[in-house]
Ligand binder design. Structure first.
Ligand SMILES: Nc1ncnc2c1ncn2[C@@H]1O[C@H](COP(=O)(O)OP(=O)(O)OP(=O)(O)O)[C@@H](O)[C@H]1O
Length: 315
């Protein structure tokens, strides 16, 4: 487990795109964000994960300048998103969980109107094409499907060529193809040097996009680091089923037996040698390991461990 979420110092001297230090936010007596810290550099994707109510949106709203922190600081390229709102807004694109676009305008009119408020917008047709809405350009917003509307929101979020983009659940409601289209768009922006902070309930989205991840629970960061660092906090899993009457394999020292049958489940931090030992035993004794599965530790396992209180509940 990583105690802090400092960005790796890969490009010395480069300003931090986002710097959040000991951020707190309360609603009345209830503290929804309880002292979180993280940094994001240009060209990096940082994902905030957590179950419903963990505090992700509450934290992002401070970053977006929509709420003031109850404690701690937030800086975007060194500026305060609330005090220096105009300066931060010029460099930031945001995709909120829900948007309130006028339903009467068409897609093209909406993008054109939005472009008119920006100093250096992308080409309107290109922006519409990038989110796959070219064929829907003349359709009124109110007639769009939920997924199409989400893609329009995204087109607007990145229309001003932002250096920092905050995406609150960018692909919720999208079909798999549209989701991939959004991932490509995000990846293109990142390749161009944009810093991205995103929340998502789709772990495969974080796996696809995020350089670093923080898993929140009840307003605190419980695990953070690269995906590999987070996954390594969890054991690998081996599962197999033995036919009745088959001898039991010896349990290697590095194994914790979670289930001893009929479906065996072993947890281990030494997957390769444990698997090698098991397979050698099976070959030697002519035993079939039915439905054999070996799963390396994953971000998903770590997420579930946090959600289910197996990690970090003492915090
Ligand atoms: N306006 C509000 N007034 C009171 N409590 C609120 C308010 N907004 C959020 N909360 C509470 O703060 C906590 C964090 O909410 P938040 O929306 O930040 O979580 P989240 O991680 O973004 O959840 P989700 O994944 O469901 O979007 C929750 O317990 C929520 O009920």
């Amino acid at each position: 487990m990583q105690p802090a979420t400092a960005a790796p110092p890969t490009r010395s001297g480069e300003p931090l795109a986002v710097e959040v230090t000991d951020l707190r936010r309360s609603y009345g007596d209830f503290e929804a964000v309880r002292g979180i810290s993280f940094e994001v550099r240009p060209g990096e994707v940082f994902a905030l994960l957590g179950v419903n109510g963990a505090g992700k949106t509450s934290a992002l709203e401070v970053l977006e300048g929509l709420a003031t922190p109850g404690g701690g600081t937030v800086r975007v390229f060194g500026a305060d998103p609330v005090r220096d709102r105009a300066a931060v807004r010029a460099r930031m694109g945001m995709l909120l969980q829900s948007s309130g676009l006028p339903g009467d305008l068409t897609v093209a009119e909406t993008v054109r109107t939005w472009a008119g408020t920006l100093s250096a917008p992308r080409d309107v047709d290109e922006a519409i094409a990038q989110v796959g809405l070219t064929g829907r350009a003349d359709v009124r917003v109110r007639s769009l499907s939920g997924g199409e509307r989400r893609r329009l929101d995204l087109a607007l979020a990145v229309l001003g060529r932002p250096e920092v983009v905050v995406l609150d659940e960018p692909t919720t409601g999208l079909d798999p193809e549209s989701r991939r289209q959004v991932w490509r768009l995000v990846q293109d922006m990142v390749d161009g040097g944009t810093a991205v902070v995103l929340t998502t309930h789709h772990l495969e989205e974080a796996e696809e996009l995020a350089d670093r991840v923080a898993i929140l629970k009840a307003g605190r960061i419980v695990l953070s680091g690269t995906q590999e660092e987070i996954a390594e906090t969890q054991p690998a899993v081996v599962r197999f089923t033995l036919d009745a009457g088959t001898p039991e394999p010896p349990v290697p020292a590095a194994v914790q037996v979670v289930s001893a049958g009929p479906r065996h489940e072993w947890h281990t931090r030494a997957l390769q040698p444990v698997l090698a030992e098991l397979l050698a035993w099976a070959a030697e004794h002519g035993v079939v390991l039915r439905y054999l599965q070996a799963t390396a530790a994953s971000l998903e396992q770590a997420f579930l461990a946090v959600a289910e209180g197996r990690v970090g509940d003492a915090a």
